[in-house]
Design a protein around this ligand. Structure first.
Ligand code: ARG
Length: 391
């Protein structure tokens, strides 16, 4: 019997995969990655065994997700197509990495995931497998099996003794972790349909948020968020706290049409309260401590970094090289940003840093100006030279 390790969520697809592969002669070990999806993991583990897995692992990966994946992406300013904080995309190389580590320990022959052939996640899983264990077999049953609909899968699951919650129609496809939540399909497939109120979990509707603004101060040390409202916090704790604060003010909803790696355009809804204010805050401190050239140069890198993550290229040389760049870039990103949250909006209203390059004496139009305005005339003459006709 061939032994394979499955990235297991407890959903219908990954649950059907277990008997489906068993019938084809495989021994299945299920791996559950707890990235903060809030499931009852005792139940999920029991379901894997009931479905026919010979062993289950459940790993708490929440802290690692924030520290080693979300924060580097934050330092890189990575927002896919300018909007998506990549919460789901960041969790895949992490889960796949641990899946391979377990496969090695168990001396397995292959790796299995439950992604479809239309999405990005299949790429993120398989690139990780192939870079870490190029010789291992890779199975993606959902891409090749005979089921044409969810109902057919439910019938199959029942016939195999897999517990199903068939009463519940699944109106959306949802992916959740501590750094954000993604919702797609169902009524959302029509790009003109406003998302129904009941799809949101991490944020209140802006119109239902408090009628009074709330202020939050976020502290950074060398580009890493380290405190909220004067209290030092560990990365995971800090993200959970900001999810609460921003979420109760309706901050962090994104509605977008995005371009998948396979070329399809899809409509996604995201909630990422903590990520929204963190991206705003870090950029604000950067604007104070970095020179113009560095800031401009980074913009192009942010876009590239976001594309690498989105396209499954987390474990590649360029991504690692860029992390080194961002470590250097953020040497002085220490300080705090003050943000005002009000009914779905997050506005920066203050920033400070011991490394600030801002000089009130240079900027002022009032008394004590230290900028020598007489230098401007010569500067502008030279600035114009390349564009003038010279004989
Ligand atoms: N489109 C996002 C990405 O590729 C989210 C994927 C998962 N979304 C979902 N609703 N199940 O990263």
């Amino acid at each position: 019997m061939k032994k394979v390790v499955l990235a297991y969520s407890g959903g219908l697809d990954t649950s059907c995969i277990i008997p489906w592969l068993k019938d084809r002669g495989y021994d299945i070990i299920a791996v559950i990655g707890d990235v903060g999806q809030g499931d009852d993991f005792q139940k999920v583990k029991a379901k894997a065994i009931k479905s026919g897995a010979s062993k289950v692992y459940c790993l708490n990966l929440q802290q690692e997700l924030i520290e080693n994946y979300a924060f580097p992406a934050l330092k890189a300013g990575a927002l896919y197509e300018g909007k998506y904080n990549l919460a789901c995309a960041l969790s895949r190389p992490l889960i796949a990495y641990h899946q391979v580590m377990i496969a090695r320990k168990e001396k397995a022959d292959g790796m299995v995931h439950g992604c479809t052939g239309k999405g990005n996640d299949q790429v993120r899983f398989e690139v990780t497998y192939r870079l870490m264990e190029p010789k291992m077999e890779v199975l993606a049953p959902v891409r090749v099996w005979e089921f044409k609909s969810r109902d057919e899968e439910i019938d199959y699951a029942k016939s195999k003794g897999v517990p199903v919650d068939a009463s519940k129609k699944k109106p959306y496809s949802i992916d959740t972790n501590v750094y954000g939540r993604a919702m797609e399909s169902g009524v959302l497939e029509d790009p003109m349909v406003e998302p129904p109120a009941d799809i949101f979990y991490m944020t209140v509707a802006p119109e239902k948020a408090p009628n009074k603004p709330e202020y939050v101060e976020i502290e950074f040390t060398k580009g890493i968020p380290t405190g909220v409202n004067g209290k030092k916090m560990k990365p995971l704790e800090l993200v959970l706290e900001l999810n609460k604060i921003a979420g109760r003010n309706g901050v962090g909803r994104v509605d977008m049409i995005e371009n998948r790696l396979v070329g399809i355009k899809s409509r996604e809804l995201y909630e990422n309260p903590a990520g929204t204010v963190l991206h705003l805050a870090i950029r604000e401190i950067e604007s104070l401590v970095l020179d113009r050239d560095s800031l401009r140069f980074k913009e192009a890198l942010s876009q590239k970094y976001a594309e690498l993550i989105y396209n499954g290229l987390w474990w590649t040389p360029l991504k690692a090289q860029m992390d080194s760049f961002f470590d250097k870039y953020h040497e002085n990103t220490t300080g705090l940003a003050r943000i005002k949250l009000y009914k779905g909006h997050a506005m920066v209203v203050g920033r400070k840093s011991p490394h600030s390059r801002y000089s009130e004496k240079m900027a002022t139009y009032g008394k004590g100006d230290t900028f020598d305005q007489s230098l401007a005339e010569g500067f502008i003459k030279l600035w114009t030279v390349p564009f003038q006709k010279h004989s």
